[in-house]
Write a protein that binds this ligand. Sequence first.
Ligand code: MSP
Length: 505
Amino acid sequence: MSSVERAYYVTTPIYYINGNPHVGHVYTTIVADALARTARTFRPAFFLTGTDEHGQKVANAAAAAGMSPQVWTDELVPRWQELFKLYHCSYDDFIRTTQARHVEKVQRVFEQLHARGDVYLGKYEGWYCVHEETFWLESKLVDGRCPTCGREVQWISEDDWFFRLSAYRERLIEHYQRNPTWVQPRSVYNEMMALLRDGLEDLSISRATFDWGVPIPRHGGVIYVWLDALLNYITAIGWSEDDALFNTYWPASTQLIGKDIARFHAIIWPAILWALGEAAPDLIFAHGWITVEGQKMSKSVGNVADPFALAQRFGADSVRYFLLREAAFGSDFSYSEEKISARYTSDLANDLGNLLQRTLAMVQRYFGGTIPAAPAESDLEHRFGGLAVKVRAELLELRFRDALESIWDLVATLNRRIDERKPWVLQKEGRRDELGSLLYDCCEGLRRLAILLHPVMPERTAEMWRQLGKPGLIDEDWSTSFAGWGRIAAGTRVSPGSSLFPKIA
Ligand code: MSP
């Protein structure tokens, strides 16, 4: 099978359980969900998310709350799962790095690397940033602080296991040259190439003086939290030669990350995979920051937005829409409730919600609530016949803003048609055929809109579908669903209901 037809596997980073989730966390998970839902319309797809529960950062957060790390993570994980459900994230699996299925396989990885001579025992003497869970060479520090987050670093001197990362430098450079789009966007690809050209140090992959992690069998110490965490992408799908899930889904199609963790995913991760005899993922996509007044949204800056409160105010689907529509995926973009509110009012309530409401009201008023006969021919077929193919490609290429703009072309066209052809005048003048054709086209257009928007707004589009009289399956194969204008059956009884996007207090 070519990689185009292959089963689709999408992952998010696994989130540190050191506090409550914020909008930045739900963002990546929503993106992964939109991709998984799109892929599922034409091929098998698997969507993985989860939590990164080991390491000093989580242990410190638990200690500060006066709890053991296990009790702390057990208490917090449901909050994350509840949030992802609230945002309709249809993950196929949620991995926790404290689960036995993961721990056992991480230990197996260590054994395998050890057996192959890819690890060796050495002395780590250097700096460590707990917030980034990262080892730093003295030469990389900025004013004696962590170059990524600016926090204080601590001195570590311990006997650790090292992974021969440096031995993979040539192969990494070659992989980058042969696959110029495997790390996106281009700015991150270039940044990674510069790091590779700079040279690679071997990586310490254990901690000897700290114990909240996966224990290393026979030797003692625990696995470095980043190695432990990266492995989730394969342990969750049952990493082993004879596992059907693993064979179906590895290598991953799209691994979504924030740009802060590109080095781990685009340099360390492929090297580890190669050491295990596995292939690197097809695509690592590092997205930008959600910012507030120019600063990255983060707990430590104290500028986080509560995603639970946002869903309550705007509805989860409207927030999903905003996050995918506001900026080209990959760039930073600034967040504010005013911005969500503006999109909500213009795009969602005035354009889409109003189109559904007035179309169904007129079907009710002029045709007794059943969809009138289809026109013999519709010029919309010509103009929008290729829309599904276009939108699917845009979504899978992570061009969410472009996809939504393409979809809104249909929304705008239908609204304009109603405004220009004035159905109330057609009714008054007894031009019933023209009136029926116009309303039919609007219903068919809305059917298409519900399907195309389903990956982005799964719940609101299900409501559109219900009001349209449930014409088939909303997430059926797009290729059959869009084969020819006119698939919504004349005579379908619509059931207009409450406004899709009601006024916000
Ligand atoms: N646990 C590691 C990842 C291990 S993956 C093998 C980690 N966790 S994290 O919770 O600190 O951050 C995870 C991800 O949250 C980031 O990569 C990014 O996807 C997302 N974001 C956190 N803050 C964000 C913004 N302000 N904006 C956009 N995404 C943000 O790093």
